[in-house]
Design a binder for this molecule. Structure first.
Ligand code: ADP
Ligand code: MG
Ligand code: MG
Length: 210
């Protein structure tokens, strides 16, 4: 992973979110307030635009992810803005001042993002939040790296794990965030945040594989 690929990843996220905006809106209309797709598209589009606007020679992988997190915090709003934003900032901090990173370091960065997400939102796996997709994705990424699978295989395993976990969120009752007010009525629907997290990991796999 290098600075050019970070740019591709963030752009890829903005494109796939735009493509799936209506589905995310629909999901968040059923168990929330319907703004998840619109909010995230706004944030990642802004981040992609700003990253593309002024490439500098001293850029680092960590710096670009940290910057992206800051844009998300200031433009997305709702529950997801600070959560995604803080996770990206934590990834950036974990990767630090390097123009390129390998899969082992990236696995640690993903874990740092998850740690912050859980610290901030206090959600555990099973609470029907983005953690339900993020946690298995991080685990699959790390396990593939430990088995010497390489960056692309790790990213693909992470995306697959998130997609599988997203289906499982249908069976769960929301215990965190706005959806938790609906209690048992949230059963039978995917969690919007888990759906967007799945797109974030699929975009990573597509970026590395391109
Ligand atoms: P809001 O609910 O403020 O409108 P969004 O619609 O953008 O925010 O995001 C909703 C998503 O945020 C949920 O589907 C869920 O995945 C995630 N979420 C909400 N609260 C938490 C939390 N405490 N921890 C982790 N994720 C959460
Ligand atoms: Mg919402
Ligand atoms: Mg909202």
């Amino acid at each position: 992973m290098n600075v050019a690929l970070v740019r591709c990843w963030i752009t890829g996220i903005s494109v796939t979110l735009e493509e799936h905006r209506d589905r995310l809106t629909e999901l968040d209309s059923v168990i929330g307030d319907g703004d998840h797709g619109v909010n995230l598209v706004r944030g990642f589009t802004r981040a992609a635009l700003e990253l593309g606007a002024a490439p500098r020679s001293d850029e680092t992988v960590g710096g670009l992810l940290d910057f992206t997190g800051g844009v998300l915090i200031s433009t997305v709003g709702g529950a997801a803005g600070p959560l995604y934003g803080s996770a990206f900032r934590a990834m950036g901090t974990a990767l630090g001042d390097t123009a390129e990173t390998d899969e082992a370091r990236f696995a640690e960065a993903l874990q740092a993002g998850l740690d912050v997400l859980q610290e901030l939102g206090a959600a555990d796996p099973g609470d029907k939040t983005m953690v339900d997709a993020y946690a298995p994705a991080v685990a699959a990424f790390r396990d593939t790296v430990l088995a010497h699978g390489g960056f692309l295989a790790a990213a693909r395993a992470a995306a697959e794990a998130a997609e599988t976990a997203l289906d499982t969120t249908i069976t769960l009752r929301a215990r965190k965030g706005r959806a938790s007010y609906l209690g048992l009525r949230t059963i039978g629907h995917q969690d919007p945040g888990a759906a967007s997290t799945t797109l974030v990991f699929r975009a990573l796999a597509d970026t590395i594989g391109s």
